[in-house]
Design a protein around this ligand. Structure first.
Ligand code: ACO
Length: 451
């Protein structure tokens, strides 16, 4: 590997174009040759400049190498901006704190999808548009019976969301703006129904049909908790907390699952298939599965006196142990969503009359100890949004297996907005990364007898 990468020394120098001016260049010279190329620098409205390396291979015959894409911008986007050093998260320019305090999830969905906050008429039309698509095709009910009772609800989500493309043929033309609009409504509207039914299936209760007279989060809590045998009233404080949790998870720039949706979308795959791919990507414990993993970790730690030995194990990297809910690829300061989530956590516990929650006490102590430990300070590891969301969701009565599902419900809005932006970008091409090949060089086939 080192041989492949270390074969030539590549020297680069910035000739001009500092700041966000764009229009500058960086000259890359291959040492030991007379080859050099001027690479254009390009800028967004805010954020670091980027090198536009599209012509690099043609000019110099080399690729760039960036496993995990930590230093690579894969697209232009106008949806979400993150400044990880400053702990800033903006959706279409609006700070997440303001949206969390003053907006609602469906208003944020309109903002992400269409670029602007809606006026009163647009807001009503959008909300009505989403809410009239909440039901599932009746035949989709039977899909659930195909799963084992103990199936993880994320497995059901991957399967049933992907299957939507088999039912809604009338909105699958990705080049038709009206089809894109209807598909977006269908996805945002139906994903909560699928999520609630995945839960009901696992506990053996009847599926509850959506109620379009309720708000988005309220209807979701209704489908999760109500049973046909008796009336059910959704607690407004919990409905607001659910709505807030959805807002905080609605979009997050080019993370693993969003990049998966865009990569799938770049092939021309239909939006339901692309969102199913995003759900699969979100499932992993390094991404959306982290809040479930936080609760498992807190249960394993058990009590305050076990925190230090646990952190020693994490720092020694025994068995790849990590402090779940800590660290982020982009945030190297605090995660602004975690701050809001922590405050919401206290509000929810208060509403539910939970005065002393041992898990919360443990989480607060763990956070305190980790934040004063040089290992975490040096690596700029701070609590992320998942550190507290698991505790709130548990208090609200969700089983841990549903945590990532709730994330998927919220993130569907971001995924479909990013997918729409991709499809509407005239410069979009199929996503096709390259590689550094480190395998065997060409060799002749050896017949079985000779091996
Ligand atoms: N616990 C302990 N050490 C950590 C942690 C952690 N949670 N996160 C990073 N580190 C360490 C790494 O071991 C590495 O140490 P080293 O320099 O000694 O090798 C250093 O910090 C840098 O870590 P990377 O793996 O390079 O960080 P990366 O950006 O690739 O990973 C990630 C980000 C995946 C989120 C990571 O911090 C992690 O696994 N966190 C725990 C899982 C989690 O909470 N995920 C939720 C993310 S937010 C979301 O999806 C909503």
């Amino acid at each position: 590997m080192a041989g492949v990468r270390g074969r030539r020394q590549i020297k680069g120098s910035i000739m001009s174009g500092t700041g966000h001016t764009g229009g500058g260049t960086v000259t890359i010279t291959l040492d030991g040759t007379n080859k050099s190329v001027k690479i254009p620098l390009t800028s967004g409205t805010v954020g670091p400049d980027v090198l536009d390396i599209r012509k690099l291979y043609n000019e110099l015959g080399i690729f760039t190498y960036d496993p995990g894409y930590g230093g690579t911008a894969s697209c232009d986007s106008r949806i979400t901006y993150i400044d990880g050093d400053e702990g800033i998260l903006l959706h279409r320019g609006y700070p997440i704190q303001q949206l969390a305090e003053q907006s609602s999830f469906l208003e944020v969905a309109h903002l992400l999808l269409n670029g602007e906050l809606p006026n009163a008429a647009e807001k009503k039309a959008f909300e009505d548009g989403v809410m009239k698509h909440t039901m599932l095709h009746e035949q989709l009910r039977r899909f659930f019976d195909g799963f084992r009772r103990d199936a993880h609800p994320m497995a059901i989500m991957c399967g049933v969301v992907g299957a939507l493309s088999a039912f809604y043929h009338d909105s699958l033309d990705i080049n038709n703006a009206e089809h894109r609009r209807i598909s977006a409504f269908r996805l945002i509207a139906k994903v909560p129904t699928i999520a609630a039914w995945a839960y009901k299936y696992s506990v053996g209760q009847p599926f509850m049909y959506p109620r379009n007279d309720l708000g988005y989060a309220e209807n979701f809590l209704y489908m999760m908790n109500a049973v046909p045998a008796e009336p059910y009233h959704v607690n407004p404080v919990l409905a607001r907390a659910m709505d807030l949790i959805f807002i905080l998870h609605a979009d997050h720039e080019q993370n693993a699952s969003t990049a998966t949706v865009r990569l799938s979308g770049s092939t021309g795959a239909n939006p339901f298939a692309c969102i199913a791919a995003g759900i699969a990507s979100l499932w992993g414990p390094a991404h959306g599965g982290a809040n479930e993993a936080v609760l498992k970790m807190l249960a394993e730690i058990g009590s305050v006196e076990n925190i230090k030995p646990f952190l020693e194990m994490v720092k020694a990297k025994d068995n790849h142990a990590r402090l779940m809910g800590f660290g982020h690829r982009v945030y190297k300061n605090f995660d602004p969503r975690a701050v809001i989530m922590q405050a919401t956590c206290h509000a929810v516990l208060k509403e539910l009359g939970i005065k002393d929650d041992p898990l919360l006490d443990l989480a607060i102590e763990l956070e305190k100890i980790a934040l004063s430990d040089p290992y975490f300070i040096e690596r700029k590891l701070y609590p992320n949004v998942d550190f507290y969301s698991g505790i709130i969701l548990k208090a609200m009565g969700f089983p841990t297996s549903m945590f990532t599902v709730l994330f998927a419900v919220a993130r569907t809005t971001g995924w479909i907005s990013q997918w729409k932006e991709l499809i509407e970008d005239p410069s979009q091409r199929i996503g096709r990364p390259r590689q550094v090949y480190t395998g065997a060089v060409a060799r002749d086939y050896v017949p079985l007898a000779g091996r």
